[in-house]
Each structure stands twice: as C-alpha cells, then as structure tokens.
Write a protein that binds this ligand. Structure first.
Ligand code: 9WO
Length: 245
C-alpha cells in the first residue's frame, strides 16, 4: 500500500506510524509512506502557508499555492492515488471505504490546519472529502492516521492471523463485535460467562453471535438494516422483543 500525506506536521505523522503493527508493516515494505510539507513549497522568505479569510472572521485559511504544489509533488510519486481531503464536511468513512482504498493500492491524504483550506484547491485537486464523524479536530492529521491504520491492517500479511483483519466489528457481516474475556475467571467480583468455559464450540459461537446481534440492536440499530442476517438471527432479534428507545 502506497500512502501519501500532505501535512504541515510530517514528524507527527511519521512518529505515530513507527509504532506497533503499522510500524512493522512499514519496515516489511507493506506500507510505503510519502510525507510532503506544503511549507517546503512556500516561496516567500517567511515560508508562509496561511492567510486571512476573504470576507473576514476569525482564524486563518491554508493558502492555495503551496498546498497545490505539495499535492502536485506527491502526485508525481503516486500518479494513480485518489486525493482525499479530511474534514467534518466529508462523506462518512467506514469499513467499506477502507476496503476500497486498500484494493486501489494507493491513497493521498490531505490534512488541513487552521479553519481549513482554500475551496479552490478542493475544486481542482481533491477527488473525495472524507469525515470520521461529527467532531472538530485541530487538523486533519489524526483523521489521516486513523484511515492509514484501517487500510494498512487489511493488507495481506500485516496481521498475523489473516482471519482477524475482517472478523472484528464490521468485518464480515456488518454487526458490532461480541464481548471478550481472558484470565482470570473472576476479576473484581465479575465472572466470565459460563458458556465460554464450557468447551461447547457450537454453543460459544451461538452466544457470540447473539451478543453481537443484541449489542447492535441496542447501540447501533441503524446497522441492522444492511447487516447480513440469517433466518436464525432474525428469530433471535424477534425473541428479544421491542428494544429500548
Ligand atoms: C475550525 C473552526 C473554528 C471555528 C468555527 C468552525 C470551525 N471549523 C473548523 C474546522 O473545521 N477546522 C478544520 C480542522 C479544517 C480542516 C482540518 N481540520 C479538521 C479535520 N478538523 N476536524 C477534522 C476532521 C477530519 C475528519 N473527520 C473528522 C474531523
């Protein structure tokens, strides 16, 4: 997977991606990262990358010329990569989008700072505007990191067990994950559900499925509409009766 990040804070992005599973993917060549700093494309002596908004108001806007030059430079490295701008105004990111980016093989993420970037850069150079949810950060870098993590872990060989990549929440069937337990059997006066100690693998699989179904109904009922449900799943959900709220 080839990923470019256009950012005023390349050290922040680089440092975060040295750690853990993603750090190993980089050293094994499964993730090739290109960091491009718009400041390196500023032409004035102060290397300015921001300016006051036309129309007035608080804050600053990323000025178009250095940002455009940075995106063009990154395009030289990965000409096929779709250009993604991270902002709360974007389309919601999800596991389906993560799979699409991974399957494409390359991706350029543009992280804004200040109050945002000049709209004309979005018009001319951005293919998709993507959001992680309805909240505001101080810049797009942490959103870019989350997307890089979600996409890279889908790359073959990045996770030890190939099943674990998509067995998690939203993996195969669009349901939330079931609860997990490990030793000890009693912790802080709480016992592990007996079925998990029974050795009855069919009963364990059924319990996990039912936990996933009940949690999804309670916490994210919107997901049930597009979930992959069997006849047995639907019978179980009906047996729960009407949900709270
Ligand atoms: C700043 C601001 C200040 C006052 C009133 C409204 C405001 N909106 C913003 C703002 O959206 N700033 C953004 C900071 C500009 C683009 C980069 N930033 C960003 C990206 N914040 N949050 C994201 C983001 C990206 C993806 N998913 C969730 C949030």
């Amino acid at each position: 997977m080839q990923v470019g990040v256009v950012t005023l804070f390349p050290e922040l992005v680089d440092g975060a991606l040295e750690q853990g599973v993603i750090g190993r993917a980089r050293s094994q060549g499964q993730l090739a990262l290109t960091l491009v700093n718009p400041r390196d494309f500023a032409t004035d002596k102060h290397r300015t990358v921001d300016d006051r908004p036309f129309g007035g108001g608080p804050g600053m806007v990323m000025t178009p010329a250095p940002l455009s030059a940075a995106i063009a430079s990154c395009k030289g490295v990965m000409p096929e990569a779709p250009v993604i701008y991270l902002s709360p105004q974007g389309r919601p990111f999800d596991q389906v989008m993560a799979r699409r980016f991974q399957a494409h093989g390359s991706l350029m993420l543009v992280a804004g700072r200040y109050e945002g970037i000049d709209e004309r850069v979005i018009n001319r150079l951005v293919d998709e505007e993507v959001s992680l949810g309805d909240f505001v950060l101080s810049g797009g870098e942490f959103a870019a990191l989350a997307i890089i993590d979600a996409v890279t872990r889908l790359e073959p060989g990045v996770l030890g067990d190939p099943l674990s990549a998509e067995e998690d929440s939203f993996g195969l069937d669009g349901l939330l994950d079931c609860p997990h337990y490990t030793r000890p059997e009693v912790f802080d006066d709480q016992t592990v559900p007996a079925v998990l100690l029974s050795g009855d693998h069919k009963a364990i699989a059924r319990w996990r499925r039912q936990q996933s179904l009940a949690r999804t109904r309670d916490r994210r009922p919107d997901l049930l509409a597009s979930a992959d449900l069997t006849k047995e799943d639907k019978l179980f959900l009906t047996s729960l009766g009407p949900s709270e709220q």
